[in-house]
Design a protein around this ligand. Structure first.
Ligand SMILES: [Zn+2]
Length: 379
């Protein structure tokens, strides 16, 4: 295992920070040695389950490396957001947004397709494998040319640069309180479902473009966009599967669960060819099946007024259009206002707070029919 440290520019004199990546397998020294996978933990720095999963993965990957079972390179970024890790405001940890700018740490990555379409003419040919290498090289160059204006941008560039030439990218997050679920690219629905089964996830939410350039899309989206734009002239592969794994809720942090999730991720890495056959423990068949649904079909339940939030349904329950999922109670009047679902679907996530302000998102129901457009993610 090789440790690499990346210094980030100091926001102020004396405030240097360093990001750390751990590189396992023969590919750590030889990029030609085989496939590459990247797993990063807690890009939203207050989403702690991924950090503990990363601790278990570190031990397991070290063992698998010793046994010679890693193919190519597996990169583990055990704490993806060293900047957000130290942010606090009035006693609360703030890990989702850069406190200085209010910008989400998981937005604003580079959408590479327009620049690649300018750069690639004359470089592509009749061999799909060669084209993949050419596109990866051009992508690395584009990110090397990115001049970050802030420490947060430098962190984003480092993360995207590290994952942009990978075959598999797993970005470990969590929700407030939630069932295990994933965000995956629509063209990769079947592979997303395979990962969902390894992790006993309930839903895989599919989109080609979620809006505002989250990290996971920034390393995979250009492949299908280039295929659409240039695929009639040149063979172009979908060379990167990337996903955001939502490891349940923020308080779901315990060794037993983290160990099981780490085993699920390793089982998936074995399926993808990053580990020798027989390296991972086979996942148990999930009690409830995993379903792929469009992200445009998720109803983000919104508080119609401020007040005390009481959920009327449990996570995992099926709900129908018009059914009450929660109520928001005005403690001054005692009046309860119902919050109803706009879709038939699965209630799979809700906020961890029980106080809401008017307009705040308090839960999510995943339906089968796409009905939303525009920006599909929360702030
Ligand atoms: Zn997150």
């Amino acid at each position: 295992m090789i440790e690499r440290r990346q210094s980030l520019p100091a926001s102020a004199p004396g405030c240097e920070a360093h990001a750390l990546s751990l590189h396992f397998g023969p590919g750590a020294n030889d990029p030609a040695a085989g496939p590459k996978a990247v797993i990063q933990c807690a890009l939203h720095a207050d989403e702690i389950p991924g950090l503990l999963v990363g601790v278990h993965l570190r031990h397991e990957l070290a063992r698998l490396e010793t046994e010679g079972r890693i193919r190519g390179e597996i990169v583990l970024v055990p704490m993806a957001n060293v900047l957000g890790a130290s942010q606090a405001l009035l006693g609360s940890h703030i890990g989702r947004f850069d406190l200085g700018t209010g910008i989400n740490f998981n937005r604003g990555y580079r959408h590479l397709t327009p620049a690649l379409l300018n750069r690639l003419p004359g470089q592509l040919g009749a061999d799909a494998t060669v084209n993949t290498a050419v596109i990866r090289q051009a992508s690395r160059q584009l990110l090397d040319e990115w001049q970050p204006a802030s420490a947060a941008e430098a962190l984003k560039r480092w993360l995207q640069r590290q994952a942009v030439d990978a075959d598999t990218v797993l970005d470990l997050h969590c929700d407030g309180q939630a069932l295990m679920h994933l965000y995956a690219p629509t063209p990769w629905a079947e592979v997303g479902l395979s990962l969902g089964r390894c992790l006993e996830a309930r839903v895989v939410l599919l989109a080609e473009e979620s809006g505002d350039d989250p990290f996971d899309e920034s390393v995979s989206r250009h492949w299908w966009e280039l295929k659409t734009a240039l695929g009639t002239q040149y063979p172009i592969e979908l060379a990167c599967f990337s996903t955001t794994v939502e490891l349940r809720g923020q308080a779901d942090v315990c060794h037993e669960v983290a160990q099981r999730d780490a085993q699920g991720l390793l089982a998936f890495l074995e399926q993808r060819g990053h580990l020798a056959t027989g390296s991972a423990t086979a996942a148990a068949a999930p009690a409830v099946g995993c379903t792929a649904l469009p992200l445009e079909g998720v109803d983000p339940l919104t508080a119609p007024c401020g007040g005390v939030v009481v959920f009327a349904r449990a996570l995992g329950e099926a709900v129908k259009v018009g059914e009450k999922v929660a109520e928001v109670i005005d403690p001054l009047t005692g009046q309860a206002t119902p919050v109803t679902s706009r879709v038939d679907g699965v209630f799979f996530a809700h906020s961890k707070a029980r106080w809401a302000l008017r307009g705040e998102r308090i839960g999510k129901v995943a339906g089968a029919q796409a009905f939303r457009t525009g920006k599909l993610l929360s702030l």
